[in-house]
Design a protein around this ligand. Structure first.
Ligand code: ANZ
Length: 830
């Protein structure tokens, strides 16, 4: 026999599972209900770490759960294998990024093998395979056809260390690059964009559908990122200039208080106005522009900074009152928000007020804002505090007497009637910059002519394969290394003899991960990106699991691409991920683990030392999955002990000789009731992600069963077998090896992973009742039906609460209560 030996058990069952391949999904044809359970796929930056162990543990609990509930479950795995880290590591070590990447993938696959998440390995994909990325190119061309992929010159975020552009989403709040940590600067470049802003409203509004299914925090981050602002667009004439200048404002009600205009120094408008000014102004402006370009967007928006600016020697005309107002350039106005120009209302906007006070510009109050006592707030020009609240309009012609909301509506009406403005909505969301000047990514399938014309590569000529890196200088230098691959880059039209040059840029890897969940449905299909019929069957992903670090970028881009594919007729759904679980981080002594901090807990060595089951149980038991886990606070040994205790229950049943299939009905009722409560509660707990509670309940069930074996009904009682089987089935979500071994000891064929969950018997869930007799001064006054488990306190309270008892006691004083549960409560009065 021998005791519980995790290593021997792993060795016993891994080959069996690899032979049986129980985790390959069916064809989703509808004979069974379906669940698509997806974990965010890993980036192959080295071996798996504890963060992976945690993420893939939780996703696996859910995949195994739904399988046990009779669902056809799709739970695939792949690698997000393009991207900068591979390339930077390759440069550092002087190896081919391809070699480095695929060696890491091989290592991660080997680690996954023993950890044994229930992946469907028949669908594995790597985004750096031409078989995968040709469909990125397909997607790009579909977007290009629809006008959703376009090229433009604009100010972009430039990472001076990695020498590449960054999406807005990749710039951290402190203005540094998420990748290199370098301070991001602005650079004017021609780049490729996806027109995600066309989808801003849908991306925002459809978040409502995910309410309750996605973490509230993620929904909020998405909402703020899209940042919808409603207001108006107002057109100002500028003296000496033909076209009018539109500004975006959320407060068209304050138009009469606009005393100057401010344009972003780095906007085209500012450059044009400065060009028409005196030499002196031109020089001042040029210096100011240079200073502005050194600032990050975050610095520019910092309200505490002293305001700076340059008068542009131009005047605008306020469309509602014909007033001449000066036009200034200042860095607090951003070029790529709204129209890059504002009407400044210093009385009611703090930034404008700070600017007005600094440059002695007029301040005019147009909203009478009062405090709680009805006192008018001090004049902003004197107090230095702008009054942004609600109030009644004054000094505003036809708007006088209206409150803020009514005045906004009226102002828009007036502007529309005069043709000088209209209701407008602005978003914080910018178009998605998808081109990168780096090697290790998907080539953009566009050809450039000598005359500047562009043609898409024909779908039939895909994939445009990445050339070998040999001989290419991969070091960041601001232009793509692919441009130097002359042979690769030059394409001669065989008919016309014309020469075209391939676009040298590669795609942002977030393009790869925006639709990978669809490729798993058709991972080996070389005729299409995915089969729309399979997408109808399996999509959208029912359960997505992964880190909160992807709360904005990846999820937003996936949602966008899903909507585009929906509009192109490939999908019948518009949201890719129905439910989302964000797991916390694995910490060590309260800090994020890292090699440099020297607090790294190695997944490989933990796995070696404790085995897969004990690690998984530890992760699941540590707390709610959304919370961080401090590895210093958990006990893997405790988990291992629990597993040994659970395993011994099955071992005892095996040796007691009670046969498989013996009628449970004759078993010990108390233990049976305990088992069935577990069976009844476990599904709801798993579905609510309360994995730690399920593990605690399993621990309790093991203890109760142990007691029944040692000092109760004994191991041969059918109730003990019933309990052991329930433990094995539920434990298989967390400890697949131990559960499989228990299942075999209980006389069943592999695999427990496909065993049906026993149903809870409602008859065993109702508690047994007893009848409690209540006497007052020796006479029976009431009979109460109470649960058999009633305590003395509860029995006394129920007796005192009885109406019949209260009537009998009346005004007399209770001097003594004798309680003998579960039979009698005797009350004595005086
Ligand atoms: C006049 C006004 C009066 C404004 C007032 C506010 C208060 P959100 O809510 O973020 O959308 N604005 C417009 N474009 C800008 C740009 N490119 N850079 C910096 N600021 C810009 O903010 C909209 C408000 O921010 C707009 O409404 C405009 O100032 C300013 F009592 O117009 B407001």
């Amino acid at each position: 026999a021998g005791g519980y030996d995790f290593a021997a058990i792993q060795e016993r069952w891994l080959p069996v599972w690899e032979r049986l391949r129980p985790f390959e999904a069916g064809d989703g044809d509808g004979t069974r209900p379906r669940k698509y359970v997806l974990d965010m796929f890993p980036y192959p930056s080295g071996d798996l770490h504890m963060g992976h162990a945690e993420a893939f543990c939780f996703g696996d609990v859910l995949a195994r759960y739904w399988r046990g509930r009779g669902y056809d479950v799709l739970h695939p795995i792949g690698w997000d294998s393009f991207g900068l880290p591979a390339e930077n590591a390759a440069i550092k070590r002087g190896v081919d990024p391809r070699e480095w990447t695929y060696a890491n993938i091989a290592q991660q696959k080997a680690s996954f093998r023993l950890y044994a998440p229930s992946f469907d390995w028949s669908r594995v994909l790597h985004t750096s395979d031409p078989e995968y990325y040709r469909w990125n190119q397909w997607l790009f061309l579909k977007m290009y056809e629809k006008g959703l992929a376009y090229r433009k010159a604009s100010w972009v975020n430039w990472d001076p260390v990695d020498q590449t552009v960054l999406a807005n989403e990749q710039v951290l709040p402190d203005g540094t690059s998420e990748r290199s940590g370098a301070m991001v600067v602005k650079k004017k470049l021609t780049q490729w964009y996806f027109r995600i802003t066309d989808y801003a409203d849908r991306l925002l509004d459809d978040l409502d559908r995910l309410e309750g299914q996605w973490p509230a925090k993620v929904l909020n981050m998405q909402r703020n990122w899209i940042g919808r602002s409603r207001g108006a667009e107002v057109e100002f004439e500028i003296e000496g200039r033909e076209e009018k200048v539109p500004v975006f404002t959320t407060r068209p009600d304050t138009l009469h208080g606009a005393t100057f205009m401010v344009v972003a120094p780095d906007s085209d408008l500012a450059a044009e106005l400065a060009a028409g000014a005196s030499a002196d102004v031109r020089m001042q402006f040029q210096a100011y522009l240079e200073q502005t370009q050194k600032q990050t967007e975050i610095e520019r928006q910092n309200a505490d900074r002293e305001k700076t600016g340059v008068f542009l020697d131009h005047f605008a005309v306020n469309p509602v009152n014909g007033e001449r107002i000066p036009v200034w350039a200042s860095d607090y106005v951003l070029a790529d928000y709204g129209h890059g120009a504002i009407m400044a209302v210093p009385a009611h906007d703090q930034r404008d007020l700070d600017f007005a006070r600094r440059f002695e510009l007029p301040v005019r109050v147009v909203v009478d804002v009062r405090d709680a006592d009805g006192e008018r707030l001090p004049d902003p020009a004197e107090s230095g505090v702008a009054t942004a609240g609600d109030g009644v309009l004054i000094n505003s012609g036809e708007l006088d007497g209206l409150d803020k909301a009514a005045a906004i509506a009226k102002a828009i009406e007036v502007l529309e009637a005069r043709g000088t403005g209209r209701a407008a909505t602005t978003y914080r969301l910018r178009d998605w910059l998808i081109s990168r000047q780096r090697y290790w990514g998907t080539p953009i399938p566009i050809l450039h002519g000598a005359d500047g014309s562009m043609i898409p590569v024909a779908q039939s000529a895909l994939p445009v394969e990445l050339p070998a890196s040999e001989g290419l200088d991969l070091k960041p230098k601001g232009s793509s290394p692919l441009g130097a691959a002359t042979e690769w880059a030059t394409v001669v039209d065989p008919e016309s003899g014309e020469t075209w040059t391939r676009d040298p840029d590669t795609m942002d890897t977030f393009v790869d991960s925006s639709w990978y969940y669809l490729r798993f449905l058709s991972a080996t299909d070389d005729t299409q990106a995915f089969d729309p019929e399979l997408a109808r069957r399996w999509g959208p992903v029912d359960q997505y699991a992964g880190g909160v670090e992807h709360a904005i970028l990846h999820l937003l881009y996936s949602r966008f691409v899903t909507k585009v594919l929906h509009d192109l007729g490939y999908l019948d759904f518009e949201e890719p991920f129905t439910a989302l679980l964000n797991q916390g981080m694995v910490l060590q002594d309260g800090a994020k683990m890292s090699k440099s901090k020297g607090n790294l807990v190695e997944f490989a060595s933990e796995l070696q030392e404790h085995g897969a089951d004990a690690l998984r149980v530890t992760l699941a038991f540590a707390g709610p999955p959304e919370d961080d886990i401090d590895w210093a606070d958990v006990s893997v040994q405790g988990s291992a002990k629990f597993l040994a205790r659970a395993w011994r229950v099955a071992d005892d049943v095996e040796h007691a000789g009670a046969p498989v299939g013996s009628g449970f009905a004759d078993g010990d009722r108390e233990l049976r009731a305990h088992t069935h409560h577990l069976l009844a509660d476990a599904p709801g707990l798993v579905e609510a992600y309360k994995f730690n509670v399920v593990v605690a309940r399993l621990m309790d069930q093991v203890n109760v069963t142990r007691k029944a074996i040692d000092s109760g009904c004994g191991a041969a009682d059918p109730a003990v077998r019933e309990s052991a089987e329930a433990i094995a089935v539920i434990l298989s979500l967390f400890a697949p090896y131990a559960a499989e071994d228990m299942w075999a000891k209980l006389g069943h064929e592999p695999t427990v992973a496909l065993a049906e969950w026993p149903a809870a018997d409602p008859a065993l869930l109702v508690e047994e009742e007893i009848t409690l007799v209540v006497q007052v001064d020796g006479k029976v006054r009431d009979r109460l039906a109470l649960p058999a488990s009633v305590t003395a306190e509860e029995a006394e309270a129920a007796a005192r609460a009885s109406e019949a008892v209260q009537r009998s006691v009346g005004e007399r004083e209770i001097v003594n209560v004798v309680v003998r549960v579960p039979k009698i409560v005797s009350i004595v009065t005086r």
